[in-house]
Design a protein around this ligand. Structure first.
Ligand code: C2E
Ligand code: MG
Ligand code: MG
Length: 551
């Protein structure tokens, strides 16, 4: 069973309430003992009128009540008003029974305190409402959604739905943001009118809405109704746009019924996300009902595949270039092109995320071609001016091991007028374990053209020495995981040095990857190592920044 957690706010409220009650009781007991008006009581060496002390304590009670209203504009406010009212009642009794008119100012203070608490509570409620409201649509926002959802988790069987408007950006692009905003507003209203009293609609970001249905509602049918209604024409008039804007929503939705196995709001949200992704894969205007066989991992992979496809079609891939330097004089040897993908929200997606997904299918071959073409185009003029610069590209094991690979390289280099001698292709040890014969043949043919071959991430795979001899790489790139050990022990340093010697024996240039610190560099300078690539001398940078380094 879920343990009830006591918040700091609750502890503070209990303490403040206890303080107010204790002081109130203290006043009551003492006021029955000390009834003589103007009576003085000793406080150390000085005498203080009893009335002043009672007034001070009374004020502490009132301040405590105000604190309670500040802590919580509902429960705290109610407790604060109760304490102040009881205090006020006791004042009235004192006036009525004891004819003690000295307490009348206290009575006025109680009324003032209640008025202050009402104002505080009102303002806090407005602030609270604003913090959970989406200003554009007037619906509750993501925060409001999570607040509403939280108490239902593990207790109720309500359903939630995620609703994704897919083609809304097109309106923004074509008619401007005002049109887009108006569309969102109308969509929100239409959704709420279809749902009526069966649930509540929230706008949780961009073009994503969510719904919390009441228990017992057929959420799948209701959500389908929304999708259908919204796929019909929506018309909005927009200032500055001649004709009214017409919009036919293309949307998808995912529905989840809360149950005992959904034990947190995060999990509920994830399930709704999975369901809506599942719907998106199945087509347009689809509603998917979440079931536990839907795997998040598979859906993530599909999502990434879609992103790659879109990236290839809309040219959303771009490159950063990391400089490589000669150790002896810190001269630039060249650059390694590192791919990036611009995601849907404009964020940059790392190759560590999408390359493994692309490698599961032939998408990686399309990326290989994209890389070659993009980099050759970008650097074609530069390498004419700086003819000793080498530009390295990473090519997948699949691509490098395929029959037509050398022809692809030839046609792209010719198309871009990029000299073979300035091209370096990085392959990993893994390439050698795939299509060995074709890979070997391709290496030989590329050598003949003058293309350099670099063996990337050396030391992380299982290349046998025999394979290394066969491979005839021009460059051995020793992996960061090995470079990282350089500062550890003498044995580690000797080990790295021996790999470097072995590289030299095979006529390879030796490059250490991922060099991060000056102290690593100090060791490297005395080793069998020709070049370094690492944050210590240069992080991956834009094309413009890269060529500025050459000038
Ligand atoms: P890689 O080819 O070994 O590239 C070197 C990676 O190490 C880059 O990460 C680079 O930013 C990072 N790096 C370089 N120096 C340092 C350093 O001093 N410290 C640290 N912590 N990291 C350093 P990135 O760009 O994230 O690339 C990761 C991997 O993704 C690459 O490893 C490569 O295997 C793959 N990749 C990158 N671009 C492409 C591409 O165009 N095609 C293919 N198929 N794979 C690519
Ligand atoms: Mg590389
Ligand atoms: Mg590497």
């Amino acid at each position: 069973m879920k343990k009830a957690r006591i918040s700091k706010k609750q502890i503070a409220m209990v303490l403040v309430t206890a303080l107010a009650i204790i002081i109130f009781l203290f006043i009551q007991i003492n006021s029955s003992k000390h009834v003589i008006p103007g009576e003085m009581v000793p406080l150390g060496r000085i005498m203080i009128p009893m009335n002043s002390i009672q007034g001070l304590l009374q004020n502490i009670i009132l301040m405590s009540s105000i604190c309670l209203a500040c802590l919580d504009c509902n429960k705290g406010f109610a407790i604060g008003v109760t304490i102040t009212s009881v205090s006020m009642l006791s004042t009235i009794i004192q006036v009525a029974v004891g004819k003690n008119h000295h307490v009348l100012p206290g009575f006025a203070m109680c009324i003032l305190t209640i008025a202050v608490m009402c104002v505080i509570s009102y303002l806090l409620r407005i602030a609270q409402r604003n913090s959970v409201t989406d200003i554009m649509t007037g619906l509750k926002n993501q925060r409001g959604f999570l607040y509403t959802l939280e108490p239902m988790i593990g207790k109720k069987k309500n359903a939630i739905a995620y609703y994704l408007l897919n083609n809304y950006r097109a309106i923004n692009d074509e008619y401007g943001h005002e049109a887009g905003d108006r569309i969102l507003k109308v969509v929100g209203k239409k959704m709420q009118s279809v749902i009526g009293k069966d649930g509540e609609v929230f706008r949780i970001g961009g073009a994503v809405f969510s719904i919390i249905y009441k228990e017992g509602v057929d959420a799948e049918a209701k959500t389908k109704e929304i999708v259908d209604v919204l796929s019909e024409k929506t018309v909005v008039a927009v200032e500055g746009v001649e004709k009214p804007v017409e919009y036919f929503a293309e949307s998808n939705a995912g529905v989840v019924y809360l149950n005992d196995r959904i034990t947190s709001k995060d999990q509920a949200v994830k399930c709704a996300d999975v369901a809506v992704m599942n719907a998106t894969q199945r087509g347009m205007n689809i509603v998917a009902l979440y079931d536990e066989t839907m795997s998040l991992e598979e859906i993530e992979i599909k999502k990434t595949e879609q992103l790659i496809n879109k990236g290839l079609k809309e040219e959303k891939f771009f490159f950063v270039y990391q400089p490589q330097y000669f150790v002896k004089d810190k001269k630039i040897r060249g650059f390694e092109a590192l791919i990036r993908l611009e995601g849907d929200d404009g964020e940059t997606v790392s190759p560590a995320k999408f390359i493994p997904v692309a490698e599961r299918s032939t998408l990686v071959n399309d990326i290989d071609k994209y890389v070659l073409r993009y980099v050759a185009r970008e650097f074609a003029d530069i390498v004419k001016e700086y003819s000793d610069i080498r530009v390295s590209v990473n090519i997948s094991a699949n691509g490098f091991g395929s029959e037509g690979f050398v022809d692809t390289v030839k046609s792209i280099m010719e198309e871009c007028k990029f000299p073979y001698e300035n091209l370096e292709i990085e392959i990993t040890e893994y390439s050698m374990s795939k299509n060995q014969e074709v890979t070997k043949r391709n290496i030989e043919e590329l050598h003949k053209l003058g293309v350099y071959i670099a063996l990337d991430d050396f030391g992380t795979g299982y290349t046998t020495l025999a394979k290394l001899l066969e491979l005839k790489a021009n460059v051995l790139k020793i992996d960061k995981s090995i470079v990282d050990t350089i500062e550890n022990t003498d044995v580690n340093r000797k080990f790295v040095n021996t790999i470097g010697d072995m590289g030299h024996l095979l006529n390879c240039e030796v490059l250490l990857e991922g060099v991060e610190t000056d102290s690593q560099l100090e060791y490297i300078k005395g080793m069998a190592c020709d070049c370094v690539q690492g944050f210590v001398w240069g992080r991956p940078i834009s094309f413009e920044e890269a060529i500025a380094k050459l000038h």
